[in-house]
Design a protein around this ligand. Structure first.
Ligand code: PEP
Ligand code: MG
Length: 563
């Protein structure tokens, strides 16, 4: 029997969960020890059977899919698994002498290249083809199929890491929680988990070794604590924590404001039109960050103006008259685009990403701005704001503002996520209408610590006094120019940090929709003067830990139930 073990990671999506474990299996590659095919006919037959099994298992999953869209994707992938062209390719490779797993890999690659050349819808099927390859390879090697297993009961997913694409398709009704051994607190996987409202912890070292006998595990997505094989007392304590949290959240509703009535707009971070529809159903005041790049990722060509217009129109319609801040394409670094590849870069996070990519591919930005202007015309009552990512200089801000205004967009802003923009906020904000602080990147660039690197979590904390100083400078720039400053990085969704941000002068906070209730409740507990005192105390602290402790010392003790 598994022994009770307590592990610690980083909590990235609040909430508690307790349940059985479902392990996410990583993909395996070619079997490097497999002999060459001596009987291509028999090997071909075996591969046909395996591909048939892959197709049936995909069809089975399609039958239980939670949306029509995922059902269609799964059915189309199943049909591709038994495609005659693919099987003919496999036979050809076997005849050349390849072993079965190599034959599958090479045949898939040839087929994928053909689809890429065809472009459009066909090119988009390449991802499905690779999925088939990985499933068939695992079966041929007698190993479990990779990816998220079919869940027959609500479970806690345990993975080394999860790709954003895998996280995006999870069914929150079946996934009680997510625990990963790797991954960073501001990685896009962590962001998506919070978006789906699934409690999650990353950087939980030793979790894979601790779950050998399929034990139950208990997860606290706030503290990042995991208990493998929890005792009855552990479960009772977790229940008590979730009860206290529910009590602290009671009555959290309506527009965001401090106890003495200073308005703080509470907004949602979204990535797709479906997110917009879901988020709009929450009690919140709009969207402070639509990460529009999710429309562009995983594709072989850019979405057309018409397709983009349709998506942005849906997003604006979902929010009615509420504000929607769309960020233009922020690709590059951890979000590469195959159709806008500017070549190998030594340091992609410091390379031609964000607005720099838009400057290299003006056509992409022009299409996007045109589509946004179309959407505004389609939904005239919508309050559409548009902002550029990764701005570092006044010239860049001007370059963007000119184009956005020429396209007919009214509210044009920039993200403040480089130290350069933060310490020169007074000048940079002067040429636009608003600023939105991206604390994820601002922390990464201020502290020179890669946000993808979980081990550097301490350096990446927004509580770092250097990061707080950057935020203060941005707010000072906002005050001097009369331009409103919001926060749309993960820091805005931390109820304690939210108080500090408001004390520094931030006017709106955008976060995963599931975090809004806790932040609203924290604001209602404190007046503006207290928030300012918290900001001063955090800025005066020597270390990140001291800063957080100092703020906790000032805060109402109920806040502990909200964290
Ligand atoms: C940020 O950097 O804080 C931000 C909101 O943008 P992203 O996380 O998408 O880089
Ligand atoms: Mg960013």
């Amino acid at each position: 029997m598994t022994e009770r073990t307590v592990l610690h990671g980083i909590g990235v999506s609040a909430g508690t969960a307790c349940g059985p474990v479902a392990v996410v299996t990583p993909a395996v590659g070619i079997d490097n020890h497999e002999p060459a095919s001596v009987n291509p006919e028999a090997d071909g037959q075996r591969i046909r059977e395996v591909l048939g099994e892959v197709a049936s298992s995909l069809r089975e999953r399609a039958a239980h899919a939670n949306s029509k869209a995922s059902q269609e994707v799964l059915e189309a992938t199943a049909a591709l698994a038994t495609d005659r062209g693919l099987i003919r390719g496999v036979d050809k490779e076997l005849k050349k002498g390849s072993g079965p797993t190599k034959a599958v890999h090479d045949a898939v690659e040839t087929y994928a290249n053909k689809l890429r050349k065809l472009g459009g819808y066909m090119a988009e099927r390449v991802t499905d083809l690779y999925d088939i390859r990985d499933r068939a390879t695992a079966r041929l090697r007698g190993l479990p199929e990779p990816g998220v297993p079919d869940l027959t009961a609500p479970s806690i997913l345990v993975a080394h890491d999860l790709a954003p694409a895998e996280t995006a398709t999870l069914d929150p009704a079946m996934v009680l929680g997510i625990v990963t051994e790797a991954g960073g607190a501001t990685s896009h996987t962590a962001i998506l988990a919070a978006q789906l409202g699934i409690p999650a912890a990353v950087q939980v070292k030793g979790i894979s070794d601790a779950i050998v006998d399929d034990p139950r595990i208990a997860l606290d997505g706030s503290t990042g604590q995991i208990i493998v094989a929890p005792s009855d007392e552990d479960v009772a304590e977790l229940d008590e924590r979730s009860r206290r949290r529910a009590a602290a959240l009671e009555g959290s509703a309506g527009a965001g404001a401090t106890r003495d009535g200073h308005a703080v707009k509470l907004l949602a971070n979204i990535g797709t039109a479906e997110d917009a529809v879901k988020a709009a159903g929450y009690d919140l005041e709009g969207s402070g960050l639509f990460r529009s790049e999710f429309l562009f990722l995983d594709r072989d060509s850019a979405p057309s103006v018409d397709e983009q217009t349709e998506t942005y129109t849906k997003v604006l319609e979902a929010f009615g008259e509420r504000r929607v801040v769309v960020r233009t394409l922020d690709a590059g670094a951890d979000k590469p685009l195959s159709f806008a590849d500017l070549g190998e870069e030594e340091n992609p996070a410091l390379g031609r990403r964000g607005l720099r990519l838009s400057q290299a591919r003006e056509d992409l930005l022009a299409d996007q701005l045109e589509a946004l202007a179309n959407a505004q015309r389609n939904v005239p009552d919508a309050e559409l704001w548009v902002m550029a990512p990764m701005v570092a200089t006044v010239e860049e801000a001007e370059w963007f503002a000119e184009r956005a205004r020429a396209a007919g967009l009214k509210q044009v802003g920039i993200m403040v996520e480089t130290p350069a923009a933060a310490i020169r906020a007074g000048q940079v904000l002067d040429v636009v209408d608003f600023g939105s602080i991206g604390t994820n990147d601002l922390s990464q660039y201020t502290m020179a610590a890669d946000r993808m690197q979980g081990e550097l979590a301490e350096l990446l904390s927004p509580w770092q006094p250097a990061v707080l100083s950057m935020i203060r400078e941005t707010c000072r720039g906002g005050e001097a120019t009369g331009k409103p400053i919001g926060v749309c990085g993960e820091a805005g969704g931390d109820p304690l940090m939210a108080l500090v941000l408001v004390g520094l002068g931030v006017k709106s906070l955008s976060m995963a929709p599931g975090k809004v209730n806790a932040v609203r409740a924290a604001l209602r507990l404190h007046d503006m003067d207290t928030c300012r005192k918290m900001a001063d105390a955090a800025l005066a602290a020597r270390t990140a830990e001291d800063a957080r402790e100092a703020v906790l010392g000032i805060a109402d003790s109920v806040i502990l139930d909200l964290l």
